[in-house]
Design a protein around this ligand. Structure first.
Ligand SMILES: O=C(O)CCC(=O)C(=O)O
Ligand SMILES: [Fe+2]
Length: 256
């Protein structure tokens, strides 16, 4: 399906070095045409169920039967995440759980889900662009303030930092500062076919808004929860899933 299941040692070392030094890494042409078409067909099918408005699927149950679930369960792909994490953190992850997500920013409701700066719950984030706008001034680029913090030993410090940064006021402030060039994040136009890697737990990030007329779909694989098993992390994941379900419920056509 893709070279994601065939990454050699030298390339995985290069990916980790790029994440450490420049804040992100790219595996170019990681998906072949057939793999991308399969993902696109799946997204199109799901988008139709959501009136072409924003939706997100969190976790394997929501993605059952999808090409993303198949990739996430491929041993060579799992081993890639394990190796990158171990090289980056200097030790194996406490949990080998992978959290897959499909996000589809489209229509009027997509705007609210953009510029939503956050730190991920897990150290390693792998991003697969599926659709990105090819026209308009706002193309949903990935915005990164890379490696702003280390992994925290105390889950409460993590929660406090999330509380400080991940609220409407702070997000607005960051967006205004970026617009006025007071803050200069990395702005990465993500290109379908390539796959992107960054330390999601350590990097404040979000996607730029995109024109509501266009679709921006990304798949994410999150791996390596530094606070694995902590009650608070489980609560955060539950809240995210609950939030995603609420957004879907708002945009779903009524069941008939
Ligand atoms: O879709 C994107 O570009 C980023 C999404 C993201 O950061 C996340 O779901 O954790
Ligand atoms: Fe994220």
């Amino acid at each position: 399906m893709s070279s994601l299941t065939d990454v050699d040692e030298a390339t995985s070392t290069r990916l980790v070095n790029d994440m450490n030094r420049q804040g992100f890494a790219v595996l170019e042409h990681a998906l072949d045409e057939a793999a991308l078409l399969e993902l696109r067909a799946y997204v199109e099918q799901q988008a139709a169920r959501h009136n072409n408005q924003y939706f997100a699927y969190h976790g394997y149950p929501a993605l059952a039967g999808s090409p993303l679930a198949k990739l996430g369960n491929t041993p060579a792909f799992k081993s890639l995440l394990v190796r990158l994490h171990a090289k980056g953190r200097g030790r194996p992850a406490a949990s080998d759980e992978i959290f897959p997500v499909l996000r589809c920013v489209q229509g009027g409701t997509g705007r609210k889900e953009s510029n939503a700066f956050h730190y991920d719950a897990t150290l390693l984030t792998l991003l697969i662009p599926i659709f990105t706008p090819t026209e308009g001034s706002e193309r949903g680029d990935l915005i990164l303030f890379p490696n702003l913090r280390r992994t925290r030993a105390w889950v409460m410090i993590n929660v406090l930092e999330k509380f400080i940064f991940q609220n409407a006021l702070c997000r607005k402030l960051i967006s205004v500062c970026i617009a006025r060039a007071l803050l200069k994040p990395i702005t990465l136009p993500v290109v379908p076919g390539n796959v992107y890697f960054f330390w999601g737990y350590r990097s404040l990030h979000a996607n730029q808004p995109c024109d509501p007329a266009f679709r921006r779909a990304t798949a994410l694989f999150h791996f390596g929860d530094p606070h694995a098993g902590s009650f608070i992390t489980r609560l955060i994941l539950k809240l995210n899933q609950h939030r995603a379900r609420k957004v879907i419920a708002r945009t779903d056509p009524p069941l008939s």
